[in-house]
Design a protein around this ligand. Structure first.
Ligand code: SF4
Length: 423
């Protein structure tokens, strides 16, 4: 399944079609702190980032995007900016005048949570009409300013209305996006990019594949932004991103990517570039020839020679993820230069949720909403709990996606306010 997309311009960057796959990241500074935000964007640009997203919580932050842009211009930097909006349509309407793209989350943008558990067909339709009414002003502003919109659906923050009808499923993610696409199309707005993100890698892959197939049926060709949310840090975070993003790119799906890591944002860029260099060819790549042993537990044996450690991690993860989508397996043996790499094999099986050999961590990459040093806190939590095999522990900067993504976690560590964490 190769996704053929139309081209959407985000500032001077063309996304989709035959254009090269573009790398994005997100700042984790306070958007009102112009100096720190500009300095971080400059570090991202120097690392090779092509588009930067900024947390935009309120009108004051939306207004400050103008100052950030003008400071960047003074420094000779013209990188397109994206305002990340979750709850407030008015904030999006202000931001859309200053930046090249606005990201909205259909799960909580207009379609707010009402603690309702049942929706009649009539109520479902009424809510949809309300969304159309409330989003129309934003679409007008975006048309006027040539601002693109990303409909960014997250598994952790689907609206209750969508949850009631479709459950917390890949189908629910896709229906949430399709509903917004259709509303935008009804106003003749097509400057759209879509994303389906989840921390559970198989869910992210399934949702993206399903979205491509739904769009193909309907004759829509919007570009896709790929990412695995709350992937965490270190090798674990990189394995989840390689599995989700790399395997989709290797199947010809995806137009722009963000590798989310609970590390400095600029650390995301070299890894994203490696994934694009290997798989961003916009065609379906052949599967490797491997040994598949089905006698006891189905298992794959993958052998590599003379690779750098990050290349080995990427190749083994992406190959295994693609192989199990054809023929499932419960075990993996990775050999490098004829020696077993058991740690890598175990980490890949864990990253894909197949077999757990240590505690599982779900940690957000942090952003301007984060109210504590999540990178440090994650390290501390990991040091104390990694040995607790089978436990799922979430470390989240805030509740925006936190509560949904950590719904099946055994413990959660969530930013609740300045200097305040809920356990
Ligand atoms: Fe930002 Fe983390 Fe909250 Fe997501 S969960 S909005 S990355 S602080």
């Amino acid at each position: 399944m190769i996704s053929v997309s139309s081209v959407v311009k985000v500032g001077d960057i063309a996304i989709g079609g035959n254009n090269s796959i573009c790398v994005q990241s997100m700042t984790n500074t306070n958007t009102l702190d112009t100096k720190s935000t500009v300095e971080q964007i400059i570090r991202l640009v120097n690392a090779g980032c092509e588009i930067v997203r900024l947390t935009t919580r309120n009108v004051k932050e939306a207004e400050n995007l103008k100052s950030i842009k003008s400071e960047l211009t003074k420094n000779g930097i013209e990188i397109p900016l994206i305002a990340d909006i979750h709850f407030n349509p008015k904030v999006a309407e202000v931001a859309a005048r200053y930046v090249e793209k606005v990201r909205i989350n259909p799960g909580n943008y207009v379609d707010k949570r009402k603690s309702k558990t049942r929706f009649s067909a009539k109520e479902h339709l009424q809510e949809r009409e309300k969304i159309a009414h409330n989003i129309e002003p934003l679409l007008k502003i975006c048309k006027q300013h040539k601002t693109a919109i990303r409909i960014g659906v997250n598994h952790g923050s689907l609206s209750e209305r969508i949850l009631f009808k479709y459950g917390n499923t890949a189908k629910g993610l896709v229906e949430s996006a399709v509903e917004f696409i259709e509303i935008c199309r009804s106003f003749d707005f097509h400057n759209l990019i879509l994303s389906m993100k989840a921390s559970h890698v198989p869910m992210m892959i399934e949702a993206n594949r399903l979205l491509v197939s739904e769009m193909q049926k309907k004759g829509y060709y919007y570009p896709l932004h790929l990412g695995v949310t709350e992937a965490g840090d270190g090798d674990d975070g990189r394995i989840k991103s390689a599995a989700g993003i790399g395997s989709l790119l290797a199947n010809g799906i995806g137009d722009t990517i963000r590798v989310s890591l609970t590390e400095k944002p600029e650390n995301e860029i070299p890894f994203a570039k490696r994934l694009i260099a290997k798989y961003g060819k916009r065609k379906k790549l052949d599967l490797p020839s491997v040994i598949f042993n089905s006698t006891k537990q189905p298992e794959y044996h993958l052998s590599y020679n003379n690779l750098e450690s990050e290349d080995l991690l990427i190749n083994a993860t992406v190959d295994f993820t693609r192989l199990i989508s054809q023929k499932p397996a419960k075990e993996l043996i990775v050999k490098h230069n004829n020696r077993d790499d058991k740690t890598l094999s175990d980490n890949i099986l864990q990253g894909l949720g197949i077999k757990y050999s240590k505690a599982e961590f779900i940690a957000c990459p942090s952003c301007g909403r984060t109210l504590f040093d999540i990178e440090e806190e994650l390290k501390k939590v990991k040091q104390q709990t990694t040995h607790l095999k089978g436990l799922k522990i979430a470390v989240m900067g805030c509740v925006v996606n936190g509560l949904g993504e950590m719904a099946d976690a055994d413990y959660g560590y969530v930013g609740a306010g300045p200097g305040k964490v809920n356990l």
